[in-house]
Ligand binder design. Structure first.
Ligand SMILES: [Zn+2]
Length: 260
């Protein structure tokens, strides 16, 4: 009986310690995604590999578990910072960090590119830019789920590679995650389509657009307007068709984004 009580006590103590540790953790909590490696995270957050290994008590050789949270010690909460050096320009810093100069300027509230001062800390990577976000900023109404269905136009039973959201024509469509535009233009049933590739072999696709506002090769930050929704291609009404692919294969977007 006594031993049992002690054991309960120890469990309570350890739970308190663990939650306390997370609260006081000095660093960024990174949600492990497909394609993440310790080396990649070390490079991305500019934190020595051994510090990440030590902070999380993991073996350098063991594979990372998708969905697990890793503490990145010393990485600023909210993103990765860069200190401006002599000779840097807003443009050179942006290019080096795969950002559009305009986005770098906006992220840091810089009034003029010429106002850049040596020693200033610039946010060059937003912490949440590695996760997927909703491509629309209107209340999400799913009109067709991912998976097998009888096609609303062709009536054929086939796989729906994305998810359809109701959106009146002209609704702004946002990049779900930071990346590089790999496709813009007309593609069969998709109508006007934008494709963006992301780190870790992911890509996102936005179909039936009425307008396209990006060009191939352009880097986009998460939340950048990439076009306007519409009703182009094979579609029964204005909506956004949204796909997330991993190594070219479609995945259920609801595994990556939160649909209330
Ligand atoms: Zn669709």
């Amino acid at each position: 009986m006594k031993r049992k009580l002690i054991r309960v006590f120890i469990v309570v103590i350890s739970v308190v310690t663990i939650s306390g540790g997370e609260l006081n953790a000095d660093g960024h909590q990174h949600l492990v995604q497909k394609g993440d490696t310790l080396w990649g995270l070390s490079r991305k957050y500019k934190v020595p590999l051994k510090n990440i290994i030590h902070a999380n008590s993991i073996q350098p050789t063991s594979p990372l578990q998708i969905g697990k949270k890793l503490l990145i010690p010393g990485a600023p909460v909210g993103g990765v910072w860069y200190r401006v050096k002599a000779g840097d320009t807003l443009w050179s810093i942006a290019v080096r960090h795969n950002l559009e100069p305009r986005d770098l300027q906006r992220m840091n509230g810089i009034s003029s590119p010429r106002a850049l001062q040596i020693g200033t800390r610039l946010l060059v990577h937003q912490a949440d830019s590695l996760s997927f976000g909703n491509p629309l900023r209107v209340p999400l109404v799913v009109t067709s789920q991912y998976g097998y269905r009888s096609h609303p136009v062709t009536r054929r039973y086939q796989h729906h590679d994305g998810i359809d959201f109701r959106a009146s024509t002209g609704t702004r469509v946002y990049a779900s995650r930071a990346g590089r535009v790999i496709f813009t233009g007309w593609k069969g049933g998709y109508g006007k389509l934008v494709g963006i590739e992301h780190e870790g072999d992911f890509s996102t696709w936005y179909g039936h657009l009425s307008r396209i506002r990006v060009r191939v090769g352009q880097t986009v930050t998460k939340g950048k307007v990439i076009g306007l929704s519409g009703n182009t291609g094979v579609s029964t009404g204005p909506h956004l068709h949204f796909e997330i692919r991993y190594k070219g294969r479609s995945e259920n977007p609801t595994n990556h984004i939160i649909i209330p």
